[in-house]
Design a protein around this ligand. Sequence first.
Ligand SMILES: Cc1cc2nc3c(=O)[nH]c(=O)nc-3n(C[C@H](O)[C@H](O)[C@H](O)COP(=O)(O)OP(=O)(O)OC[C@H]3O[C@@H](n4cnc5c(N)ncnc54)[C@H](O)[C@@H]3O)c2cc1C
Length: 427
Amino acid sequence: MAPHYEVNADRKYSIAVVGGGIGGLCTVIGLLHQGVPVEVYEAAPSFAEIGAGVSLGPNASRAMKMIDPAIHEGFEKCATNNGFDASKNFWFSFRKGDDSSEFGTKFLDLWCETGQSSVHRARFLDELVALVPDHVAHFGKRLEEVEDKGDHIVLHFADGTTAKHSALIGCDGIKSKVRLAVLGPDHPAAHAVFTEKYAYRGLIPMDDAAALLGDELARNSQMYLGHGGHILTFPIEHGKTMNVVAFSTKSDGKWEDSEWVKPLNRDEMYSDFEGWVPATKKILSLMQKPDIWALFNHLPAPTYHKNRICILGDAAHASTPHNGAGAGQAIEDALIMSRVMAHVYSAADIPRAFAAFDKVRRPRSQRQVKVANESGWLYDLQAPGIGDDWDKVEQTLATKQQWIWEHDLEADVKEAVRIYQEESARL
Ligand SMILES: Cc1cc2nc3c(=O)[nH]c(=O)nc-3n(C[C@H](O)[C@H](O)[C@H](O)COP(=O)(O)OP(=O)(O)OC[C@H]3O[C@@H](n4cnc5c(N)ncnc54)[C@H](O)[C@@H]3O)c2cc1C
Protein backbone atom coordinates (compact mmCIF):
# COMPACT_ATOMS: atom_id res chain seq x y z
CA MET A 1 0.00 0.00 0.00
CA ALA A 2 1.19 3.53 -0.80
CA PRO A 3 2.29 5.71 2.13
CA HIS A 4 -0.16 8.21 3.59
CA TYR A 5 0.67 11.79 2.64
CA GLU A 6 -0.72 14.68 4.66
CA VAL A 7 -2.02 17.27 2.19
CA ASN A 8 -1.71 20.73 3.72
CA ALA A 9 -5.24 22.12 4.18
CA ASP A 10 -3.96 25.70 3.86
CA ARG A 11 -3.20 25.14 0.18
CA LYS A 12 -6.25 26.36 -1.69
CA TYR A 13 -5.49 24.87 -5.07
CA SER A 14 -5.11 21.60 -6.96
CA ILE A 15 -2.44 20.57 -9.46
CA ALA A 16 -3.01 18.25 -12.43
CA VAL A 17 -0.05 16.22 -13.67
CA VAL A 18 -0.58 14.76 -17.14
CA GLY A 19 1.57 11.70 -17.91
CA GLY A 20 2.70 9.01 -15.49
CA GLY A 21 6.18 8.11 -16.75
CA ILE A 22 9.34 8.50 -14.67
CA GLY A 23 9.10 12.32 -14.76
CA GLY A 24 5.38 12.48 -13.96
CA LEU A 25 5.47 9.98 -11.11
CA CYS A 26 8.55 11.53 -9.48
CA THR A 27 6.74 14.89 -9.66
CA VAL A 28 3.56 13.47 -8.13
CA ILE A 29 5.51 11.80 -5.30
CA GLY A 30 7.56 14.95 -4.73
CA LEU A 31 4.45 17.16 -4.56
CA LEU A 32 2.66 14.76 -2.21
CA HIS A 33 5.77 14.59 -0.05
CA GLN A 34 5.56 18.39 0.30
CA GLY A 35 1.82 18.30 1.11
CA VAL A 36 0.76 19.72 -2.27
CA PRO A 37 -2.64 18.50 -3.60
CA VAL A 38 -2.15 16.73 -6.94
CA GLU A 39 -3.89 14.29 -9.28
CA VAL A 40 -2.30 12.46 -12.20
CA TYR A 41 -3.92 11.66 -15.57
CA GLU A 42 -2.35 8.90 -17.66
CA ALA A 43 -3.40 7.97 -21.22
CA ALA A 44 -2.67 4.24 -20.80
CA PRO A 45 -4.98 1.87 -18.89
CA SER A 46 -2.32 1.60 -16.15
CA PHE A 47 1.09 3.02 -15.38
CA ALA A 48 3.44 1.10 -17.66
CA GLU A 49 6.98 1.22 -19.03
CA ILE A 50 8.77 -0.75 -21.70
CA GLY A 51 10.99 -3.76 -21.03
CA ALA A 52 14.28 -2.00 -21.67
CA GLY A 53 17.05 -0.67 -19.48
CA VAL A 54 17.63 2.88 -18.37
CA SER A 55 20.78 4.01 -16.59
CA LEU A 56 20.81 6.84 -14.11
CA GLY A 57 23.87 8.82 -13.02
CA PRO A 58 24.97 10.17 -9.63
CA ASN A 59 22.99 13.39 -10.11
CA ALA A 60 19.78 11.41 -10.66
CA SER A 61 20.54 9.32 -7.57
CA ARG A 62 20.95 12.43 -5.45
CA ALA A 63 17.78 13.98 -6.90
CA MET A 64 15.79 10.85 -5.99
CA LYS A 65 17.02 11.00 -2.39
CA MET A 66 16.17 14.70 -2.18
CA ILE A 67 12.64 14.30 -3.58
CA ASP A 68 11.76 11.43 -1.27
CA PRO A 69 14.25 8.87 0.09
CA ALA A 70 11.62 6.19 -0.66
CA ILE A 71 12.16 6.77 -4.41
CA HIS A 72 15.86 6.09 -4.04
CA GLU A 73 15.19 3.00 -1.90
CA GLY A 74 12.89 1.70 -4.68
CA PHE A 75 15.57 2.45 -7.26
CA GLU A 76 18.23 0.63 -5.21
CA LYS A 77 15.98 -2.45 -5.05
CA CYS A 78 16.10 -2.87 -8.82
CA ALA A 79 19.40 -1.15 -9.68
CA THR A 80 22.13 -3.26 -11.24
CA ASN A 81 25.82 -2.40 -11.27
CA ASN A 82 28.57 -3.98 -13.29
CA GLY A 83 28.91 -7.57 -12.25
CA PHE A 84 32.41 -8.70 -13.18
CA ASP A 85 35.46 -7.77 -11.09
CA ALA A 86 33.90 -4.35 -10.71
CA SER A 87 34.02 -1.99 -7.86
CA LYS A 88 30.68 -0.20 -7.82
CA ASN A 89 32.07 2.92 -9.44
CA PHE A 90 32.87 1.60 -12.89
CA TRP A 91 30.74 3.22 -15.66
CA PHE A 92 31.71 2.05 -19.17
CA SER A 93 34.68 0.51 -20.98
CA PHE A 94 35.15 2.11 -24.40
CA ARG A 95 36.34 -0.09 -27.26
CA LYS A 96 37.11 0.36 -30.93
CA GLY A 97 34.14 -1.36 -32.55
CA ASP A 98 35.39 -1.73 -36.09
CA ASP A 99 39.14 -2.36 -35.80
CA SER A 100 40.78 -5.69 -36.66
CA SER A 101 40.66 -7.18 -33.13
CA GLU A 102 38.22 -9.83 -31.94
CA PHE A 103 36.64 -7.95 -29.03
CA GLY A 104 37.37 -4.35 -30.05
CA THR A 105 40.53 -2.82 -28.58
CA LYS A 106 39.76 -1.24 -25.23
CA PHE A 107 41.06 2.36 -25.05
CA LEU A 108 39.35 3.88 -22.00
CA ASP A 109 37.59 2.97 -18.74
CA LEU A 110 35.38 5.63 -17.18
CA TRP A 111 34.23 5.84 -13.56
CA CYS A 112 31.72 7.86 -11.58
CA GLU A 113 30.44 8.15 -8.03
CA THR A 114 27.63 5.59 -8.42
CA GLY A 115 29.16 3.59 -11.26
CA GLN A 116 26.93 2.14 -13.95
CA SER A 117 23.54 2.02 -12.22
CA SER A 118 20.82 0.70 -14.45
CA VAL A 119 17.30 -0.54 -14.02
CA HIS A 120 14.73 -2.42 -16.02
CA ARG A 121 12.31 0.44 -16.74
CA ALA A 122 9.13 -1.50 -15.94
CA ARG A 123 10.55 -2.70 -12.57
CA PHE A 124 11.59 0.83 -11.56
CA LEU A 125 8.21 2.22 -12.55
CA ASP A 126 6.57 -0.43 -10.31
CA GLU A 127 8.61 0.95 -7.40
CA LEU A 128 7.40 4.49 -8.17
CA VAL A 129 3.78 3.33 -8.60
CA ALA A 130 3.94 1.77 -5.12
CA LEU A 131 4.46 5.29 -3.72
CA VAL A 132 1.40 6.80 -5.47
CA PRO A 133 -1.95 6.44 -3.66
CA ASP A 134 -4.71 4.95 -5.87
CA HIS A 135 -7.10 7.84 -5.34
CA VAL A 136 -4.81 10.40 -7.05
CA ALA A 137 -4.41 8.38 -10.30
CA HIS A 138 -6.77 8.41 -13.31
CA PHE A 139 -6.20 6.06 -16.26
CA GLY A 140 -7.40 5.98 -19.85
CA LYS A 141 -7.22 9.80 -19.79
CA ARG A 142 -5.54 10.88 -23.02
CA LEU A 143 -5.25 14.67 -22.96
CA GLU A 144 -6.36 16.24 -26.23
CA GLU A 145 -6.71 19.90 -25.42
CA VAL A 146 -6.00 22.37 -22.65
CA GLU A 147 -8.07 25.49 -21.98
CA ASP A 148 -6.42 28.21 -19.92
CA LYS A 149 -9.27 30.11 -18.28
CA GLY A 150 -6.93 32.55 -16.53
CA ASP A 151 -7.72 31.50 -12.96
CA HIS A 152 -8.05 27.78 -13.69
CA ILE A 153 -7.28 25.16 -16.33
CA VAL A 154 -9.70 22.79 -18.05
CA LEU A 155 -8.33 19.52 -19.43
CA HIS A 156 -10.19 17.82 -22.30
CA PHE A 157 -9.62 14.07 -22.69
CA ALA A 158 -10.12 11.78 -25.68
CA ASP A 159 -12.87 9.87 -23.82
CA GLY A 160 -15.01 13.02 -23.84
CA THR A 161 -14.53 13.85 -20.15
CA THR A 162 -13.02 17.03 -18.70
CA ALA A 163 -11.23 17.94 -15.47
CA LYS A 164 -10.77 21.33 -13.81
CA HIS A 165 -7.63 22.23 -11.82
CA SER A 166 -5.85 25.34 -10.63
CA ALA A 167 -2.76 24.50 -12.72
CA LEU A 168 -1.28 21.87 -15.02
CA ILE A 169 2.16 20.24 -15.17
CA GLY A 170 2.65 18.42 -18.47
CA CYS A 171 4.85 15.32 -18.16
CA ASP A 172 3.46 13.78 -21.33
CA GLY A 173 6.69 12.92 -23.08
CA ILE A 174 8.31 13.79 -26.38
CA LYS A 175 4.99 14.15 -28.29
CA SER A 176 3.57 16.38 -25.55
CA LYS A 177 0.20 18.04 -26.04
CA VAL A 178 0.94 20.35 -23.11
CA ARG A 179 4.08 21.63 -24.88
CA LEU A 180 1.81 22.75 -27.73
CA ALA A 181 -0.35 24.66 -25.22
CA VAL A 182 2.74 26.41 -23.80
CA LEU A 183 4.53 27.24 -27.06
CA GLY A 184 1.67 27.28 -29.55
CA PRO A 185 1.37 24.50 -32.17
CA ASP A 186 3.15 26.50 -34.88
CA HIS A 187 6.22 27.45 -32.86
CA PRO A 188 9.42 26.07 -34.52
CA ALA A 189 10.29 24.20 -31.27
CA ALA A 190 6.79 22.79 -30.69
CA HIS A 191 7.50 19.40 -32.26
CA ALA A 192 10.54 17.14 -31.90
CA VAL A 193 12.95 16.84 -34.84
CA PHE A 194 14.78 13.79 -36.20
CA THR A 195 18.46 13.70 -35.18
CA GLU A 196 19.66 11.55 -38.11
CA LYS A 197 20.33 8.70 -35.64
CA TYR A 198 18.36 5.58 -34.86
CA ALA A 199 18.82 2.72 -32.40
CA TYR A 200 18.22 -1.02 -32.36
CA ARG A 201 17.23 -2.14 -28.87
CA GLY A 202 16.96 -5.61 -27.41
CA LEU A 203 17.68 -7.81 -24.41
CA ILE A 204 19.86 -10.93 -24.10
CA PRO A 205 19.72 -13.50 -21.26
CA MET A 206 23.02 -12.89 -19.45
CA ASP A 207 24.05 -16.56 -19.37
CA ASP A 208 23.83 -16.73 -23.18
CA ALA A 209 25.82 -13.50 -23.52
CA ALA A 210 28.51 -14.67 -21.07
CA ALA A 211 28.81 -18.04 -22.84
CA LEU A 212 29.56 -16.30 -26.14
CA LEU A 213 31.50 -13.23 -25.01
CA GLY A 214 33.07 -14.19 -21.70
CA ASP A 215 32.27 -12.65 -18.33
CA GLU A 216 34.04 -9.32 -18.63
CA LEU A 217 32.44 -8.29 -21.91
CA ALA A 218 29.02 -9.58 -20.96
CA ARG A 219 28.69 -8.58 -17.31
CA ASN A 220 30.39 -5.18 -17.43
CA SER A 221 29.13 -2.18 -19.40
CA GLN A 222 30.81 -1.79 -22.78
CA MET A 223 30.61 0.81 -25.50
CA TYR A 224 31.93 -0.14 -28.95
CA LEU A 225 32.57 2.95 -31.11
CA GLY A 226 32.86 2.72 -34.90
CA HIS A 227 32.46 4.65 -38.11
CA GLY A 228 28.82 5.74 -38.35
CA GLY A 229 27.54 3.87 -35.30
CA HIS A 230 28.13 2.57 -31.79
CA ILE A 231 26.87 -0.32 -29.70
CA LEU A 232 26.45 -0.29 -25.96
CA THR A 233 25.70 -3.09 -23.55
CA PHE A 234 25.01 -3.01 -19.82
CA PRO A 235 23.61 -5.46 -17.27
CA ILE A 236 20.09 -5.03 -15.84
CA GLU A 237 17.78 -7.13 -13.62
CA HIS A 238 20.55 -7.85 -11.11
CA GLY A 239 22.78 -9.20 -13.84
CA LYS A 240 20.25 -11.68 -15.29
CA THR A 241 19.84 -9.70 -18.52
CA MET A 242 22.12 -7.80 -20.85
CA ASN A 243 20.58 -4.62 -22.31
CA VAL A 244 21.77 -3.81 -25.83
CA VAL A 245 21.40 -0.60 -27.82
CA ALA A 246 23.05 -0.38 -31.23
CA PHE A 247 23.05 3.08 -32.84
CA SER A 248 23.42 3.96 -36.47
CA THR A 249 23.22 6.99 -38.75
CA LYS A 250 20.51 7.56 -41.38
CA SER A 251 22.49 8.51 -44.47
CA ASP A 252 19.78 10.75 -45.99
CA GLY A 253 19.13 12.38 -42.59
CA LYS A 254 15.35 11.86 -42.88
CA TRP A 255 12.72 9.82 -40.99
CA GLU A 256 9.53 9.86 -43.02
CA ASP A 257 7.62 7.04 -41.27
CA SER A 258 4.92 8.25 -38.88
CA GLU A 259 5.96 5.45 -36.49
CA TRP A 260 9.09 6.15 -34.43
CA VAL A 261 9.37 2.59 -33.04
CA LYS A 262 9.16 -0.32 -35.47
CA PRO A 263 9.85 -4.05 -35.49
CA LEU A 264 13.38 -4.80 -36.57
CA ASN A 265 14.62 -6.00 -39.94
CA ARG A 266 17.61 -8.11 -38.86
CA ASP A 267 19.32 -8.04 -42.26
CA GLU A 268 19.33 -4.24 -42.26
CA MET A 269 20.81 -4.26 -38.75
CA TYR A 270 23.57 -6.68 -39.78
CA SER A 271 24.39 -4.58 -42.81
CA ASP A 272 24.67 -1.43 -40.65
CA PHE A 273 27.45 -3.12 -38.69
CA GLU A 274 29.14 -4.94 -41.58
CA GLY A 275 32.89 -5.21 -40.95
CA TRP A 276 32.63 -4.66 -37.17
CA VAL A 277 34.55 -6.85 -34.69
CA PRO A 278 33.29 -10.44 -34.13
CA ALA A 279 32.18 -9.66 -30.55
CA THR A 280 29.63 -7.10 -31.81
CA LYS A 281 28.29 -9.57 -34.41
CA LYS A 282 27.66 -12.08 -31.62
CA ILE A 283 25.83 -9.46 -29.57
CA LEU A 284 23.55 -8.48 -32.47
CA SER A 285 22.77 -12.11 -33.28
CA LEU A 286 21.62 -12.79 -29.70
CA MET A 287 19.25 -9.82 -29.33
CA GLN A 288 15.75 -10.98 -28.42
CA LYS A 289 12.57 -9.17 -29.49
CA PRO A 290 14.58 -6.30 -30.92
CA ASP A 291 13.00 -3.17 -32.31
CA ILE A 292 14.23 -0.04 -34.00
CA TRP A 293 13.79 3.45 -32.54
CA ALA A 294 14.12 6.68 -34.51
CA LEU A 295 15.85 9.23 -32.28
CA PHE A 296 14.19 12.62 -32.13
CA ASN A 297 14.94 15.56 -29.85
CA HIS A 298 13.56 19.01 -29.11
CA LEU A 299 14.96 22.30 -30.29
CA PRO A 300 15.31 24.67 -27.31
CA ALA A 301 11.97 26.01 -26.11
CA PRO A 302 12.06 29.73 -25.19
CA THR A 303 10.07 28.94 -22.04
CA TYR A 304 8.76 25.92 -20.08
CA HIS A 305 5.67 27.69 -18.78
CA LYS A 306 2.77 29.95 -19.65
CA ASN A 307 0.58 31.33 -16.86
CA ARG A 308 -0.60 28.20 -14.98
CA ILE A 309 0.70 25.59 -17.43
CA CYS A 310 4.21 24.13 -17.17
CA ILE A 311 6.11 21.28 -18.83
CA LEU A 312 8.88 19.04 -17.53
CA GLY A 313 10.79 15.88 -18.45
CA ASP A 314 10.71 14.85 -22.11
CA ALA A 315 7.74 17.17 -22.69
CA ALA A 316 10.13 20.07 -22.05
CA HIS A 317 13.51 18.80 -23.25
CA ALA A 318 13.41 15.43 -25.01
CA SER A 319 16.92 14.39 -25.89
CA THR A 320 18.82 11.62 -27.56
CA PRO A 321 20.04 9.00 -25.08
CA HIS A 322 23.77 9.46 -25.72
CA ASN A 323 24.61 10.86 -22.28
CA GLY A 324 22.35 8.36 -20.50
CA ALA A 325 20.83 11.40 -18.85
CA GLY A 326 17.31 12.20 -20.19
CA ALA A 327 15.43 10.45 -17.40
CA GLY A 328 17.89 11.91 -14.88
CA GLN A 329 16.96 15.40 -16.08
CA ALA A 330 13.25 14.56 -15.63
CA ILE A 331 14.00 13.53 -12.03
CA GLU A 332 15.94 16.76 -11.41
CA ASP A 333 12.90 18.66 -12.77
CA ALA A 334 10.64 16.83 -10.33
CA LEU A 335 12.95 17.82 -7.47
CA ILE A 336 12.99 21.54 -8.29
CA MET A 337 9.26 21.64 -9.08
CA SER A 338 8.23 19.97 -5.83
CA ARG A 339 10.58 22.06 -3.67
CA VAL A 340 9.37 25.34 -5.16
CA MET A 341 5.72 24.32 -4.98
CA ALA A 342 6.26 23.54 -1.29
CA HIS A 343 6.28 27.34 -0.77
CA VAL A 344 3.03 28.00 -2.66
CA TYR A 345 -0.21 28.40 -0.71
CA SER A 346 -2.41 30.35 -3.10
CA ALA A 347 -3.36 29.46 -6.69
CA ALA A 348 -2.49 32.99 -7.78
CA ASP A 349 1.16 32.36 -6.82
CA ILE A 350 1.58 29.28 -9.04
CA PRO A 351 2.71 31.15 -12.19
CA ARG A 352 5.60 32.66 -10.18
CA ALA A 353 6.62 29.21 -8.95
CA PHE A 354 6.56 27.92 -12.54
CA ALA A 355 8.66 30.90 -13.64
CA ALA A 356 11.28 30.12 -10.96
CA PHE A 357 11.31 26.46 -12.06
CA ASP A 358 11.80 27.56 -15.67
CA LYS A 359 14.65 29.91 -14.83
CA VAL A 360 16.64 27.29 -12.94
CA ARG A 361 15.88 24.21 -15.00
CA ARG A 362 15.81 25.41 -18.62
CA PRO A 363 19.54 26.22 -19.14
CA ARG A 364 20.80 22.94 -17.65
CA SER A 365 18.23 20.63 -19.25
CA GLN A 366 18.67 22.26 -22.68
CA ARG A 367 22.44 22.01 -22.42
CA GLN A 368 21.96 18.28 -21.81
CA VAL A 369 19.92 17.95 -25.04
CA LYS A 370 22.65 19.73 -27.02
CA VAL A 371 25.55 17.80 -25.51
CA ALA A 372 23.72 14.46 -25.87
CA ASN A 373 23.32 15.16 -29.57
CA GLU A 374 27.03 16.03 -29.85
CA SER A 375 27.91 12.81 -27.99
CA GLY A 376 26.08 10.79 -30.64
CA TRP A 377 28.32 12.23 -33.35
CA LEU A 378 31.39 11.74 -31.14
CA TYR A 379 30.60 8.04 -30.50
CA ASP A 380 30.02 7.50 -34.22
CA LEU A 381 33.42 9.09 -35.02
CA GLN A 382 31.67 11.90 -36.87
CA ALA A 383 32.17 14.85 -34.51
CA PRO A 384 33.45 17.96 -36.32
CA GLY A 385 37.17 18.46 -35.68
CA ILE A 386 37.47 15.06 -33.97
CA GLY A 387 36.27 12.34 -36.38
CA ASP A 388 38.26 9.16 -35.81
CA ASP A 389 41.26 10.85 -34.18
CA TRP A 390 41.29 8.40 -31.25
CA ASP A 391 43.39 10.67 -29.00
CA LYS A 392 40.83 13.45 -29.33
CA VAL A 393 37.94 11.02 -28.89
CA GLU A 394 39.50 9.74 -25.67
CA GLN A 395 40.21 13.22 -24.32
CA THR A 396 36.65 14.37 -24.97
CA LEU A 397 35.09 11.24 -23.48
CA ALA A 398 37.19 11.49 -20.33
CA THR A 399 35.51 14.68 -19.11
CA LYS A 400 32.25 15.12 -21.02
CA GLN A 401 29.89 13.78 -18.32
CA GLN A 402 31.30 15.61 -15.29
CA TRP A 403 29.04 18.65 -15.43
CA ILE A 404 26.00 16.37 -15.51
CA TRP A 405 27.09 14.06 -12.69
CA GLU A 406 28.72 16.51 -10.29
CA HIS A 407 26.09 19.22 -10.27
CA ASP A 408 25.04 20.90 -7.00
CA LEU A 409 21.30 20.24 -6.77
CA GLU A 410 20.98 21.76 -3.29
CA ALA A 411 22.16 25.05 -4.80
CA ASP A 412 19.53 24.76 -7.56
CA VAL A 413 16.76 24.19 -5.02
CA LYS A 414 17.89 27.25 -3.03
CA GLU A 415 18.11 29.38 -6.16
CA ALA A 416 14.62 28.42 -7.37
CA VAL A 417 13.10 29.13 -3.95
CA ARG A 418 15.02 32.42 -3.75
CA ILE A 419 13.71 33.53 -7.15
CA TYR A 420 10.15 32.60 -6.21
CA GLN A 421 10.33 34.42 -2.85
CA GLU A 422 11.99 37.53 -4.27
CA GLU A 423 9.42 37.81 -7.05
CA SER A 424 6.63 37.30 -4.50
CA ALA A 425 8.04 39.95 -2.15
CA ARG A 426 8.10 42.43 -5.01
CA LEU A 427 4.29 42.39 -5.35
C1 LIG B 1 16.55 4.58 -26.94
C2 LIG B 1 16.49 5.41 -25.68
C3 LIG B 1 17.33 5.10 -24.59
C4 LIG B 1 17.34 5.91 -23.43
N1 LIG B 1 18.18 5.61 -22.41
C5 LIG B 1 18.26 6.44 -21.34
C6 LIG B 1 19.17 6.18 -20.26
O1 LIG B 1 19.90 5.18 -20.25
N2 LIG B 1 19.20 7.05 -19.21
C7 LIG B 1 18.38 8.15 -19.16
O2 LIG B 1 18.44 8.92 -18.18
N3 LIG B 1 17.49 8.41 -20.16
C8 LIG B 1 17.42 7.60 -21.24
N4 LIG B 1 16.53 7.86 -22.23
C9 LIG B 1 15.63 9.02 -22.10
C10 LIG B 1 14.46 8.67 -21.17
O3 LIG B 1 13.81 7.51 -21.68
C11 LIG B 1 13.46 9.80 -21.09
O4 LIG B 1 14.14 11.01 -20.85
C12 LIG B 1 12.45 9.58 -19.96
O5 LIG B 1 11.76 8.37 -20.14
C13 LIG B 1 11.46 10.74 -19.92
O6 LIG B 1 10.48 10.50 -18.97
P1 LIG B 1 9.12 11.33 -19.01
O7 LIG B 1 8.33 10.87 -17.84
O8 LIG B 1 9.41 12.77 -19.15
O9 LIG B 1 8.40 10.91 -20.37
P2 LIG B 1 7.84 9.50 -20.83
O10 LIG B 1 8.63 8.39 -20.26
O11 LIG B 1 7.69 9.57 -22.31
O12 LIG B 1 6.38 9.41 -20.17
C14 LIG B 1 5.30 10.13 -20.69
C15 LIG B 1 4.01 9.56 -20.10
O13 LIG B 1 2.93 10.37 -20.53
C16 LIG B 1 1.89 9.58 -21.05
N5 LIG B 1 1.22 10.39 -22.08
C17 LIG B 1 1.70 10.76 -23.30
N6 LIG B 1 0.82 11.54 -23.94
C18 LIG B 1 -0.25 11.68 -23.11
C19 LIG B 1 -1.48 12.37 -23.21
N7 LIG B 1 -1.81 13.09 -24.31
N8 LIG B 1 -2.36 12.31 -22.17
C20 LIG B 1 -2.05 11.60 -21.04
N9 LIG B 1 -0.89 10.92 -20.89
C21 LIG B 1 0.00 10.96 -21.91
C22 LIG B 1 2.60 8.36 -21.62
O14 LIG B 1 1.72 7.25 -21.73
C23 LIG B 1 3.71 8.15 -20.58
O15 LIG B 1 3.25 7.38 -19.49
C24 LIG B 1 16.49 7.05 -23.37
C25 LIG B 1 15.62 7.34 -24.45
C26 LIG B 1 15.63 6.54 -25.57
C27 LIG B 1 14.69 6.89 -26.72
